[in-house]
Write a protein that binds this ligand. Structure first.
Ligand SMILES: CC(C)(COP(=O)(O)OP(=O)(O)OC[C@H]1O[C@@H](n2cnc3c(N)ncnc32)[C@H](O)[C@@H]1OP(=O)(O)O)[C@@H](O)C(=O)NCCC(=O)NCCS
Length: 328
């Protein structure tokens, strides 16, 4: 089977930094609590006139440059996000326009923090059957737009950012070796936004949802338990189905939600923390952007080298989860 291969990465984070010390002034929390429970020191917040599509464009330009491609080379664009500019049209169409991807089809992938993993898996399937050949994947979020900065349970965790990857068919033994995706919709209310959809639409007469219903609502403890189980399980599965052992894995580039979830995932697959790429402390949880943001940093800093076997695993609202194993 033809393997899909990442040939270019790029990322972008907004300039504004929101530190734990800033958050101490906004809610009843402390730098010490946030660091010890999550591993996060600061996160980035998009500017007033910056929307998710703008973050996408910056990350995508860098990925195109690394891949040595032009905008019109791309035949499929997938944007993984839960914070699109509009409900209609898809943010991928907005990004297509801003980047001038005139030869591409465009679609949004809504799988929360596992969105980039879902997109990579879809790209693998399309490349394998030759339906698309030069695919751009972007994971991007402006979680600040759906975060309640009066709710200390959530506002300390999330941030904004974007990461992109260009995927084509591999002509050697590098590329995606295995993928695994899973969801459990029975647990959808553990992490969700109550209002704004059809279930609780906006009403003119004020009888509808309250302001707070438009923000993220999360049961942190339950999410934590599921995240630890499912990310470890997904990582184990992709290693096994590729016919490899943990000792063959050079890097785990996980979804950056919480340092303790990452540590538990590494432990489950028997990987020492020296082989785990972490940038969580700088950006917090950027949902679909977190893996491509980390991957781009690892690639550009020379941490990831040719022929390295890399596992990426993610977990998010839905609930959705999954993993991809690829050789660089
Ligand atoms: C949210 C999370 C960091 C909380 O850590 P925890 O060790 O489980 O902490 P607990 O939930 O047990 O809360 C302990 C106490 O801290 C309090 N607390 C919650 N947020 C706080 C904050 N920002 N600052 C200070 N105290 C806080 C709680 O109210 C609770 O107080 P109580 O015991 O008086 O009720 C952790 O559960 C987590 O990371 N969950 C997963 C969230 C996630 O990743 N979501 C996205 C999925 S992609």
């Amino acid at each position: 089977m033809t393997r899909a291969k990442i040939i270019g990465t790029g990322s972008y984070v907004p300039e504004r930094v929101l530190s734990n010390l800033d958050l101490e002034k906004m809610v009843d929390t402390s730098d010490e609590w946030i660091k010890s429970r999550s591993g996060i020191s600061e996160r980035r917040i998009a500017g007033e006139n910056q929307s998710t599509s703008d973050l996408c464009v910056e990350a995508a330009k860098k990925a195109l440059e690394m891949a040595n491609m032009n905008a019109d080379d791309i035949d499929l664009l997938m944007v993984a996000t839960v914070t699109p500019d509009f409900r209609l049209p898809s943010v991928s169409c907005v990004v297509q326009d801003k980047l001038g991807l005139i030869n591409a089809a465009s679609m949004d992938i809504v799988a929360a923090c596992a969105g980039f993993i879902h997109s990579l898996s879809i790209a693998q399937a399309y490349i394998a059957n030759s339906m698309y050949h030069r695919i751009m994947i972007i994971g991007a979020e402006e979680l600040s737009s759906i975060t309640n900065y009066k709710d200390r349970n959530t506002c300390v965790l999330f941030g904004d950012g974007a990461g992109a990857a260009i995927v084509t068919a591999s002509d050697d033994d590098s590329g995606i070796l295995s993928t695994y995706l899973k969801s459990d919709g029975r647990l959808s209310k553990l992490l969700y936004i109550p209002a704004g959809g059809v279930a609780q639409p906006y009403t003119h007469n004020g009888s509808g949802p309250t302001h707070d219903d438009y923000f993220l609502s999360m049961n942190g403890n339950e999410i934590y338990k599921h995240a630890v189980r499912s990310m470890g399980n997904a990582a184990e599965r992709v290693i096994k189905s590729a016919g490899l052992e943990s000792s063959d894995i050079d890097w785990l580039v996980p979804h950056q939600a919480n340092i303790r979830i990452i540590q538990a995932t590494a432990k489950r697959i028997g990987l020492p923390m020296e082989k785990v790429f972490i940038n969580l402390e700088k950006y917090g949880n950027t949902s679909a952007a977190s893996i491509p943001l980390a991957l781009d940093e690892a690639v550009r800093s020379g941490v990831i080298k040719k022929n390295d076997n890399i596992v990426s695993a993610a977990f998010g609202g839905g609930l959705t989860w999954g993993a991809v194993l690829f050789r660089w």
